[in-house]
Design a protein around this ligand. Structure first.
Ligand SMILES: *Cc1c(COP(=O)(O)O)cnc(C)c1O
Length: 453
């Protein structure tokens, strides 16, 4: 491909992407059945010979763009998703062009140091201890697992066992304490680490899903306590200020899964929700949820940098690992990986502390408006709306499910279903920078119209 066709191809990609983004506010949020069926147009046998890249790109755009869910748009409220701020998309494009293997400072100093800067800023905006080690990974699933690998190292090293060298066969047992409402991906991480998905103690929770403060058993021996900032249904927070000092006094490692809830710490008016969280040993959060950077982006923070390094660093004769500077690859499960910290740095540099607070607080304000609008219309909101999550029942489980399905079909907005403490509910999660007041009103209008029909 010559220079000129390369430039034309990339410019075409940029303008197709811009057209796509511009279409999001007005298109149906879910793709049509017809658009999904048309995906078969990409199939057929593997091409035997090269094709024109410009035509390949055009086919991708023409066939796949209509078959996407408008997750980046202003009225997607399913799961806990988040969009992508324009600066994060732009920085992501640039970093993709750089194509840096973000592992060794000596080889890719530019992006390695941007990641260190992004890490320092994240600790600052989230009000976590300066100087914690960090890892830019794919999401909170891997961030939780990464932090728990450091935890596994430390609690076993403290009783004279080297888990990286000798594995878990014959190791002293580790007690793992989690809440009844633990995220399923934390259990997956525990399974991958050899700690067992089921070999855990689940502690009782209250009506909002918060671990009960009186539930902590007596702790002895190597112990991990996993707490949660932001329940995926209710948005509730475990009582950190009570549980963490108690568990730490007994020698446990405390980890906080804060995939989205940790961002309450960046607000002006909701810091209290996560008070005491900074006393933990490690934390996991997502960039691709509430920070609104593109997939995939998660971050693990670990107070004990040596524990994280011990769990993750590799040495080999061909790798220039001796560096006075931080080698990102010493802290991540991956060796080769994209420069995820670049998108994060660009958002923090653009929004600053007050812009981040506005982003998080704005979503919480929208959630409150949803709750008020739906209860005024006579529907039952099942949770205390403290953050960005709203659970609403439209009556019987069948009725609630019928409303959710009809709403998804309608296309004005998209919400998913859940079961909260035995009750079927629609879950509204507001995490996108793109959602404006008029999007909330338009969505409320659709919800109420459908629920009444
Ligand atoms: C989303 C979420 C996860 C998993 O995060 P991924 O980014 O999807 O890997 C873990 N815990 C909580 C509380 C979450 O909301």
């Amino acid at each position: 491909m010559d220079n000129e066709s390369e430039q034309t191809l990339l410019a075409d990609a940029a303008s197709r992407a811009q057209r796509y983004l511009a279409s999001l506010p007005d298109r149906a949020v879910a793709p049509s059945t017809k658009a999904v069926e048309a995906l078969s147009g990409l199939g057929g046998a593997l091409p035997e010979a090269p094709a024109d890249p410009a035509q390949v790109l055009a086919r991708l755009d023409e066939i796949v763009s209509p078959a996407t869910m408008a997750m980046a748009g202003p009225r997607f409220f399913g799961f806990v998703i988040g969009g992508s701020l324009p600066i994060s998309v732009a920085a992501n494009w640039l970093a993709t062009a750089w194509d840096q293997n973000t592992c060794l400072d000596a080889v890719t100093p530019g992006v390695s140091r941007v990641e260190q800067l992004a890490l320092d800023w994240l600790l600052d905006v989230l009000r976590l201890p300066a100087g914690c080690a960090g890892a830019f990974v794919t999401g909170a699933t891997v961030a939780n697992m990464t932090a728990l690998a450091a935890a596994r190292h430390r609690v076993l090293a403290d009783v004279g066992w080297n888990v990286e060298a000798d594995g878990l066969f014959g190791a002293p047992p580790i007690t793992v304490l989690v809440g009844e409402e633990v995220h399923p991906t934390v259990l997956k991480g525990l399974g991958v680490l050899g700690l067992g998905r089921s070999r855990i103690t689940r502690m009782p929770v209250d009506a909002q899903g918060r671990m009960r403060a009186d539930a902590l058993p007596a702790i002895s021996g190597p112990t991990l306590l996993v707490l949660q900032a932001g329940n995926l249904n209710t948005g509730a927070f475990d009582p950190f200020d009570v549980l963490i000092p108690r568990a730490k006094a007994a020698g446990a490692w405390v980890h906080v899964d804060g995939a989205f809830g940790l961002w309450a710490r960046a607000t002006r008016d909701r810091q209290q929700l996560a008070a005491g969280c900074e006393l933990a040993d490690s934390w996991a959060t997502d960039g691709h949820k509430w920070l609104n950077v593109p997939y995939d982006s998660g971050i693990a923070f670990v107070r004990d940098a040596e524990a994280l390094r011990a769990a993750m660093a590799v040495t080999a004769d061909y790798l220039p690992t001796q560096s006075l500077r931080r080698n990102p690859g010493d802290y991540t499960p991956e060796l080769s990986r994209r420069a995820r910290g670049v998108d994060v740095w660009a958002v923090l540099a653009t929004l600053g502390r007050s812009g981040i607070a506005d982003l998080i607080e704005g979503c919480c304000r929208h959630a409150r408006r949803f709750a008020a609008g739906l209860s005024t219309a006579g529907f039952q909101v099942l949770n205390d709306v403290v953050l960005n999550q709203v659970l609403v029942s439209f009556g019987t489980p069948e009725r609630t499910q019928a409303v959710i399905s009809a709403l998804q079909q309608d296309g004005t907005c998209w919400c998913g279903n859940t079961v909260w403490q035995g009750r079927a509910a629609m879950r509204i999660s507001v995490c996108s920078w793109a959602t404006r007041d008029e999007d909330v009103e338009k969505s409320l209008e659709a919800m109420i119209r459908i629920a009444r029909s």
